[in-house]
Design a protein around this ligand. Sequence first.
Ligand code: DX5
Ligand code: ZN
Length: 217
Amino acid sequence: MEPVIAPSLLSADFSDFSSAVDSIKRAHAEWVHFDVMDGSFVPNITFGHKLVSDLRSKSDLIFDVHLMVEKPEQIVPRFIEAGADNITFHAEASVHIHHLLSMIHYSGKKAGISIVPTTSVLAIEEALPFMDIVLVMTVNPGFSGQDMIPECLEKVKKLVKMREERGLSFQISVDGGVHTATAHRFRDAGADILITGSAFFDAEDKPALVKKLKALV
Ligand code: DX5
Ligand code: ZN
């Protein structure tokens, strides 16, 4: 099946997010990926729930929020209110994962868990039945434009197997180092959603890039 493409606003011009979201729509990508960073869980700081809320009225695309923050339980309610469709937080940042997934589900949103490159899929094994999305970081979180860490693709393959064996239906997204030369490796491993930052916003012809990532050309 062809993957969903989720361009990340981390690589957009921060003075014009509105145009960035328009360019995602025009390129026929389906999701807008919001990389929320707190300067603590990762060394960078980006934006908060207000950006989601301000863009919400301007776009009908799926808003996919990736929280790279400590204590995600403190800010999840704000992103729910702001109009996020999917909310993903890091397994490494939360103890009460089931509780937080339930809170997100209770609000009618999709809930996801992300793992950094050295976190094993076994760390989230017991949580798999309770989530809609597993976001496998394929670079160290915090910055765009890094090279994919190929070992992380093994985790994608393991998740595909675990999903099949248990009859589960979560989607697998991959984040970091997705571009035209690497997309086939993510697709072959079994990723359902390709998040792309620098490749998308650096591309002159964004619709063509989306087609290439989906392997339609
Ligand atoms: C990194 C972010 C990614 C980032 C990917 O912490 O989670 O979403 O934007 O950027 P590229 O596609 O440039 O590796
Ligand atoms: Zn991300």
